[in-house]
Design a protein around this ligand. Structure first.
Ligand code: NAD
Length: 280
């Protein structure tokens, strides 16, 4: 039986630690403020934005909500970002993605000041991560590192295999594992012999975006398996990129879906908001 890595418990620990820090900062006259911008009313985005607001309330971070109509122009959105970039009372700016098609997502990401880029998507943040300088780190991969560390799993010197090379998960995940002194291999859609490469892993991080694709045949006995995927299966139940029933009996430790990586993303967003006072 694998050790179950409980993202609900670990994310709650992190949020409680942040709550204490935020209370201390408030006593010393510093308030932390996150501006969240949503364009249009995509249902999934509204749920994410709602959860972010709730987490801010729990921790004591002030949140400013900008709910803009679908027909908002790119120029209007860029204007708002510029205003928030120059507002000293705002520590973090988050534009909920995806934005409607008539808005260039890349331009929006680049418009947010790297000093307020709590999602960690700005090229300056990504660059800082790759050369080991302080900066905001993408929340989901940062959450995976916390799951490993807080479960007592050593990364240094381990064979780490990441499946997926997206800008928000796979690539920053690989950089973070490298920063923790792991020996890192990145797999993607053109990787040959995926199973063989995965079976080398002491730590296998799966962000492939394909429901239940990774079964026991990809996993070395005793490996730590982190499942970043989120999907609905044929019975409308949440599942990950890993076939949990197949992998759990042979893994050393594993994250469930739901309740693994998922809750960590918001906890690390909150962490980035609090960290923003050091990045200024
Ligand atoms: P993505 O689709 O952008 O990237 C998937 C990656 O997998 C690509 O780099 C691709 O090269 C690789 N890939 C695709 N098919 C492959 C194959 N057959 N073999 C090897 N590699 C293959 O996805 P993403 O945005 O990185 O997200 C990955 C998963 O994580 C999704 O299920 C997504 O829903 C989930 N996700 C979860 C959170 C969270 O908070 N838990 C956050 C972001 C993404």
């Amino acid at each position: 039986m694998a050790q179950l890595i409980d993202g609900k418990v670990i994310s709650k620990q992190i949020k409680d630690e942040l709550k204490e820090k935020v209370a201390e900062l408030k006593e010393n006259g510093t308030e932390i403020c996150l501006a969240v911008i949503q364009v249009g009313n995509d249902t999934a985005s509204s749920v994410y934005v709602g959860n972010k607001k709730k987490a801010c309330e729990y921790i004591g971070i002030k949140s400013l909500a900008y709910e803009l109509p679908e027909e908002t122009t790119e120029a209007e959105l860029l204007n708002l970002i510029d205003k928030l970039n120059h507002d000293d009372a705002v520590n973090g700016i988050l534009v909920q993605l995806p934005v409607p098609e008539h808005i260039d997502e890349d331009k929006i990401i680049k418009a947010i000041s790297p000093l307020k880029d709590v999602d960690g998507f700005h090229p300056m943040s990504v660059g800082a991560l790759s050369i080991g300088q302080p900066g905001f780190v993408s929340c989901t991969p940062a959450g995976v590192i916390q799951l490993l560390k807080r479960s007592g799993i050593e990364i240094a010197g381990k064979e780490c295999v990441v499946i997926g090379r997206s800008n928000i998960v796979g690539k920053p995940m690989s950089m973070l594992l490298l920063r923790e002194n792991g020996t890192v291999t990145i797999c993607h859609s053109r990787t040959k012999n995926l199973k063989e490469v995965c079976r080398r892993a002491d730590i296998l991080v799966v962000a492939v975006g394909k429901p239940k694709m990774i079964d026991a045949s990809y996993v070395k006995e005793g490996a730590v398996v982190i499942d970043v995927g989120i999907h609905r299966d044929e019975n409308n139940k949440l599942c990950g990129d890993v076939d949990f029933a197949s992998v759990e009996p042979i893994a050393g430790a594993i994250t469930p879906v739901p309740g693994g990586v998922g809750p960590m993303t918001i906890a690390m967003l909150m962490n980035n908001c609090v960290e923003s006072i050091n990045i200024r």
